[in-house]
Design a protein around this ligand. Structure first.
Ligand code: GDP
Length: 310
């Protein structure tokens, strides 16, 4: 089995305010994914406007970080229970999660909500105990709380082996022990590379790409974001999209976008394991599978949240 060692796909999950955004900013900065004179002037994951169409809320952002020879896609997840379907869909694109927990506050309701989803999807977890600089931080106790929560939520034996990295995202320090902090994010990156499984390289198989999130752009219209589950996808390729009712629609991939940092860039081709955005069909919807014309095989449909009427 060939693995794509050049890629890791993870979701970052946390209770609100435990420091996801600060951490991702720090990982971006430290990795040098931004050019030297380029400011991180937009906070990484608060940049999106909330868009709604047909009850689908687009909050997720992909941040692609190049660390040495590996591309790490970090997908943000909403912590709120109203977005359960979206959280599940995002988790279908990744192989692991980084659970961020405030070393003073400990586990909170949204910690439980998002961790439950990740464990159910059999994802590989790592834990980042953040804010260890807080004067009243209690890292050891909080690690015990996290372990109890894993057990209570039915984590399997492998998931219970989660590694812990201690960090102060705000100060840019991290380490494998609370009191042994280095002024780099290397301990977090090496924990991700070591523990999160690399995607299986199935680029020789027939294409399957599942639309997991939607985005829009005045220039290219509707954009479907997802992971190349199998095979490869190219600009100009003739494909079919398989709809929920079993019908299909043929279209040509007009543009493909990859990610660098917080930016989307045009690319020519993507292969199994890559998270990319596709344009070319205006009525593409969440959950649909894009396949080659001569090999039509839909993936199981994905759950979509009902709009909350309040
Ligand atoms: P998010 O809601 O999980 O994205 O959390 P943010 O990254 O927006 O952080 C929430 C608040 O916690 C902000 O005021 C941050 O400045 C602060 N914060 C983030 N990381 C740390 C940290 O390591 N130490 C301390 N003391 N504060 C932090």
């Amino acid at each position: 089995m060939q693995l794509r060692e050049d890629i890791r796909n993870i979701a970052i999950i946390a209770h609100v305010d435990h420091g996801k955004t600060t951490l991702v900013d720090q990982l971006l900065k430290y990795s040098g994914t931004f050019r030297e004179n380029e400011q991180v002037d937009e906070r990484a994951m608060d940049s999106g406007d909330i868009e709604r169409e047909r009850g689908i809320t687009i909050l997720a952002k992909n941040t692609a970080i190049n660390y040495h020879d590996t591309r790490i896609n970090i997908l943000d997840t909403p912590g709120h229970a109203d977005f359960g379907g979206e959280v599940e869909r995002i988790m279908k694109m990744v192989d692991g999660v980084a659970l961020v927990v405030d070393a003073y506050e400990g586990t909170m309701p949204q910690t439980r909500f998002v961790l439950k989803k990740a464990l159910e999807q059999k994802l590989t977890p790592i834990v980042v105990l953040n804010k260890i600089d807080r004067p009243n931080a209690r890292p050891q106790e909080v690690v015990d709380e996290v372990l109890d929560l894993f057990i209570e939520l039915g984590a399997d034996d492998e998931q219970l082996e989660f590694p812990v990295v201690y960090a102060s995202a705000i100060n840019g320090t991290s380490g494998l022990e609370p009191e042994e902090q280095e002024e780099t994010m290397d301990p977090i990156f090496s924990t991700i590379l070591e523990h999160i499984p690399a995607p299986v390289d199935t680029r020789e198989d027939p294409l399957q790409f599942q639309v997991t999130l939607l985005d829009y752009n005045d220039y290219v219209g509707r954009i479907g974001v997802g992971r190349v589950i199998r095979g490869s996808i190219k600009v100009g390729q003739q494909v079919v999209v398989m709809k929920k009712d079993g019908s299909t629609k043929s279209f040509r991939i007009s543009k493909l976008f990859g990610f660098i940092g917080l930016k989307r860039i045009e690319i020519e081709e993507a292969v199994a394991g890559d998270i990319v955005a596709v344009s070319g069909l205006d009525d593409i919807n969440v959950g649909e599978t894009i396949c080659p014309v001569d090999h039509q095989e839909a993936l199981p449909f994905l759950r979509i949240d009902e709009p909350t009427l309040q």
